[in-house]
Write a protein that binds this ligand. Structure first.
Ligand SMILES: [Zn+2]
Length: 288
């Protein structure tokens, strides 16, 4: 009798335990069967190259029959219809050790920006990724590998990187974002097939029309100078600037002066929304 009672208690405890274990196992299987995480076959984030975009452009721009892009000029967006001058600040490659400073400076200037983040950095700095979202800045994905040959290999590699990044962003920050910046911008790497596949997966990609060249600058003053020159040109034409910046220390040092300058020209800082018309490098229909 005693043995029977003990056995019943044993079952009362272990049946729920086994059920819970089974549920976790099934959930685990479901998650692992989702689209492949491309980064598993690629380098860890610590070795992600701080790429020289110009060199990569030169090296890869020679032949690509599928490329429909003519150049790096853009479909100039102009949102002056509301009589408001808008500027979009975009920070790539984060989150990083500089993100907290950048967020603080943005807050001081009551400015909003857009952060195009890498999957591995979102996972490495989850608190900062959450802060980006909670501070009403926009969050978008920048992929996983940050390598031209990996990301733009074919439509599946590009889409899988962005899906994987979007999933991490959603899990960690609860933000489901479809805005993306592809590594090194769309021109000249993105062919028609990749462009259509990203679009079919719901992604909206953004390029830029102001390149701060912060990734080659040796001091903050040079970054400020480069941005000011390009902004002045766009300002005269009434074109809405989309500024390419990187989530790093020297850019954070340059940021107050850039923000001050943009304020002096009466710009309002906007975070990118999915409903905004994306700024993209020029695309033309193939004639052949
Ligand atoms: Zn990047």
């Amino acid at each position: 009798m005693l043995a029977l009672i003990t056995h019943k208690r044993y079952l009362q405890i272990f049946i729920p335990l086994i059920s819970i274990t089974a549920i976790f196992f099934i959930v685990g299987l479901t998650i692992s069967s989702l689209p492949i995480d491309v980064e598993k076959t690629n380098v860890p984030l610590t070795t992600v190259a701080k790429a020289n975009e110009e060199v990569l452009f030169a090296a890869t721009s020679s032949v690509d029959a599928q490329v429909k892009y003519t150049d790096k000029t853009t479909n100039n967006i102009n949102t002056n219809s509301s009589n408001k001058k808008i500027v979009y600040l975009t920070f790539d490659d984060g989150p990083s050790a500089a993100t907290a400073d950048i967020l603080t400076i943005l807050k001081e200037y009551k400015a909003k920006a857009t952060f195009f983040m890498l999957k591995n950095n979102i996972e490495r700095y989850p608190t900062l990724a959450i802060q980006v979202v909670q501070s009403q800045n926009a969050a978008g994905c920048h992929g996983v590998t940050h390598r031209v040959n990996s990301f733009y290999k074919n439509k599946d590699t590009a889409v899988n990187e962005m899906l994987s990044c979007r999933r991490s962003l959603a899990v960690i920050t609860a933000e489901h974002s479809n805005i993306i910046r592809t590594p090194f911008g769309s021109y000249p790497y993105m062919n028609e097939e990749i462009r259509d596949a990203l679009s079919d997966a719901g992604f909206i990609y953004w390029d830029w029309n102001v390149d701060s060249s912060d990734w080659t600058a040796t001091n903050a003053a040079d970054i400020v100078k480069t941005v000011k020159q390009q902004i002045n040109t766009l300002d005269k034409k009434g074109i809405t600037p989309v500024i390419l910046l990187h989530d790093e220390d020297m850019t954070a040092q340059a940021l107050p002066e850039i923000l001050q300058f943009l304020k002096s020209l009466d710009y309002k800082f906007a975070a990118i929304r999915e409903s905004d018309p994306p700024l993209q490098f020029n695309v033309v229909e193939k004639s052949e």
